[in-house]
Design a protein around this ligand. Structure first.
Ligand code: PEP
Ligand code: MG
Length: 656
């Protein structure tokens, strides 16, 4: 039995989506295969599946044979047709893969031209200079001895125990609190490789053929890595390194050795290596590492991902040039241009030193604002809150000093799963947020989705222009089953903290009134069911020109406004926010947009309701004073902008 479909999984079946697909397939008794261009592979091996290099929009066939073949085909086809499938793992951790830096930074930010140096891949931006810390662990070689027949069973046992130990070590690492969500995804991907029978099965086959376990692991890892290197796909090429890394870990356990440790890396040192296993780097004292330079790796390798997520400048992919760095005493690197300078001369040292110092000084100077409550001369407090989209971001928001959440985008909650999230699951999420930030408010935006970002469980019509179509509050009001589930979950979570709710894309006052009717229905239902719940403040996003023009009337209906400058700008300027050709028009500082913001603020202030902003502009240091003067008392932004925004407000307050 078989069925064909077009793959919609975002960017195809690369590491995590492939692993999730395999997990789904393994849940069925039937033999299941995935076929592409006439080539069939078992759907129960993630390595084989990855090597099939299935891309988004390619046609594939799912073939199943067994008692539950129909169910298997149904489920697997559903998975392949879901654009978000596998992008987040089932524990809710975001996948490790992140977009590589798009372009190198402009020349103005690069290192002084006068200096020559080596060139590699600019994999993580920023400047670094420091003592070289060379990390070239010795290669591991097999014993190269043929096993006697009676030794084979024992060797297989030894090998399986080593694999088990590596898996257990990785499982333990996954429970450590100090692992960021991104690192966790990477360690999880390595653990999947350690558990996949492509590597272990091939190694066991070689042991049965008389190879010692270490030789078998090295050969098996190299064979699979070579297959990955041969695929015409950069992302998959980078996975070759992961097989070597996992193979090395198994070999070290077999040898009873620990790997050369990065534990002792000095403060601010530049880590120089031919290759660093993502596993090793994720466990290294990353706060002490000033920069990373590697022979292997590229912008999408796990080393690059870890470096970027920890703000460590990195230049990778130097190839054999790395050998020139083995004996370096000092290294300077420019992660924006990919330049590496060995033992820089005094002028270059000074130049790099100044750049590194300036960046560190700015960061350090801002950290004092973490606990600051920005207050104006007249005593008004400006709440600087965070925009987040998942529970994993709570830590970063708190670390930055967020005074609550000004925009919780609930789309991810819906996109992450292959089904619409249940009321219980949503209530748990909103409750976790409310508790994390109490007594500060958490403003949850109701589902803001349209045909441009479809999700499983909602059928969107084909639209000429989804940005002007059935989206946000429009869709929710037409699907009260989905909307009420979210409203009920929010009413339940409001018992646990300061939950506020806001509606996206409002263009007509009737949309607010109809929502209020649904909220009242939800309350009555919860009362009848004896489920504890509490009222929440209801607000609207101001992101359509219509909402600006009826702001005085809207202000009488709601508890607050939050200006969504991202959409407001595109709708006021009639300039698509995603279209680079009209990017110049898509400028919040354009007088037309600023006038719309001012009208909104006036209406809100006159009605005595809170006026906030949650579009990107809220974090712009050049505009913050203007917004505050207009009467805005809440600014919500990405956590990375919070400390600078607080400082800007305090500077404005001090200037009187
Ligand atoms: C906005 O439009 O300004 C906004 C915050 O919402 P989003 O970017 O999610 O559309
Ligand atoms: Mg918007």
């Amino acid at each position: 039995m078989e069925r064909s479909t077009i793959v919609r999984v975002h960017e195809g079946l690369h590491a995590r989506p492939a692993t999730r697909f395999v997990k789904l397939a393994k849940g069925f008794e039937s033999d299941v295969e995935l076929v592409k261009d006439g080539k069939a592979v078992s759907a129960k091996s993630s390595v084989k599946l990855m090597l099939l290099a299935v891309k988004e929009n390619q046609e594939v066939t799912v073939r199943a044979n067994g008692a539950d073949a129909i169910e298997a085909i149904e489920a697997l086809i559903g998975y392949l047709e879901n654009p978000r499938a596998g992008l987040d793992d089932e524990d809710g951790q975001p996948a490790a893969e992140q977009a590589p830096p798009s372009v190198a930074a402009p020349a103005a930010q690069s290192a002084p031209e006068a200096t020559t140096g080596l060139r590699g891949v600019a994999a993580s931006e920023g400047f670094a200079i420091g003592p070289a810390f060379a990390h070239f662990p010795p290669d591991i070689a097999g014993q190269g001895r043929t096993l006697q027949a009676e030794e084979i069973a024992g060797e297989i046992e030894r090998f399986r125990a080593a694999v088990g130990a590596v898996q257990a070590r990785m499982d333990r690492a996954l429970t450590q609190d100090n692992l960021s969500a991104g690192d966790r995804g990477i360690v999880a991907a390595l653990r999947d490789i350690a558990a996949d029978d492509s590597l272990t099965g091939e190694a066991e086959r070689l042991i049965k053929g008389g190879n010692d376990a270490i030789s078998a692991v090295i050969t098996a890892a190299s064979t699979i890595a070579a297959d990955f290197s041969a695929v015409d796909d950069h992302y998959l090429n980078a996975r070759a390194d992961d097989f070597h890394a996992v193979g090395r870990q198994i070999c070290l356990v077999l040898l009873g050795q620990d790997d050369v440790s990065l534990e002792n890396i000095p403060e601010g040192a530049i880590l120089i290596a031919d290759d660093i296993g993502a596993w090793d780097l994720a466990r290294a004292p990353l706060k002490r590492i000033g920069g990373v330079v590697c022979g292997h790796g590229g912008a999408t390798s796990h080393i690059a991902i870890i470096a970027r997520s920890h703000g460590i400048p990195a230049v990778l992919g130097l190839g054999d040039q790395i050998n020139a760095l083995r004996t370096a005493r000092e290294v300077a690197l420019d992660g924006n241009s990919g330049r590496v300078i060995i033992d820089p001369d005094p002028a270059t040292s000074a130049e790099f030193g100044t750049r590194v110092e300036a960046a560190a000084k700015e960061r350090a100077g801002l950290t004092v604002f973490k606990t600051v409550t920005p207050t104006l001369a007249d005593g008004r407090v400006i709440e600087v809150a965070a925009n987040i989209g998942s529970l994993e971001e709570i830590g970063a928001a708190q670390e930055a000093g967020a005074m609550g959440v000004g925009l919780f985008r609930t789309e991810l909650l819906f996109m992450r799963h292959m089904h619409l999230p249940s009321e219980d699951m949503q209530a748990e999420t909103y409750t976790a947020l409310a508790k994390a930030f109490a007594p500060y408010p958490v403003i949850v935006r109701t589902l803001d989705i349209g045909g441009d970002k479809p999700i499983a469980g909602i059928e969107f019509p084909d639209e000429e222009n989804p940005f002007l179509g059935w989206r946000g509050i429009r869709m929710c009001l037409d699907r009260p089953d989905i909307f009420k589930r979210q409203l009920r979950a929010l009413l339940r979570a409001a018992v646990q903290g300061n939950i506020k709710v806001m509606l996206p894309m409002v263009a007509d006052i009737d949309e607010v009134r109809r929502t209020k009717v649904l909220v009242a229905e939800c309350k009555a239902e919860l009362d009848a069911e004896g489920v504890p719940h509490a009222a929440f403040d209801l607000g609207v996003m101001i992101e359509t020109p219509a909402a600006v023009l009826i702001a005085p009337a809207l202000a009488r209906e709601v508890a607050f406004f939050s200006i969504g400058t991202n959409d407001l700008t595109q709708y006021i300027m009639a300039a698509d926010r995603l279209n680079p050709t009209v990017a110049k028009l898509n400028d919040v500082a354009n007088p037309a947009v600023m006038a719309a913001i001012e009208l909104t603020a006036k209406a809100g202030v006159a009605a005595g309701i809170m006026v906030g902003m949650c579009g990107e502009a809220a974090g712009r240091p050049d505009l913050i004073a203007t917004f505050v003067k207009m009467g805005l008392t809440e600014l919500s932004m990405s956590p990375a902008s919070i400390q600078r925004a607080k400082k800007t407000i305090m500077d404005f307050a001090a200037a009187g």
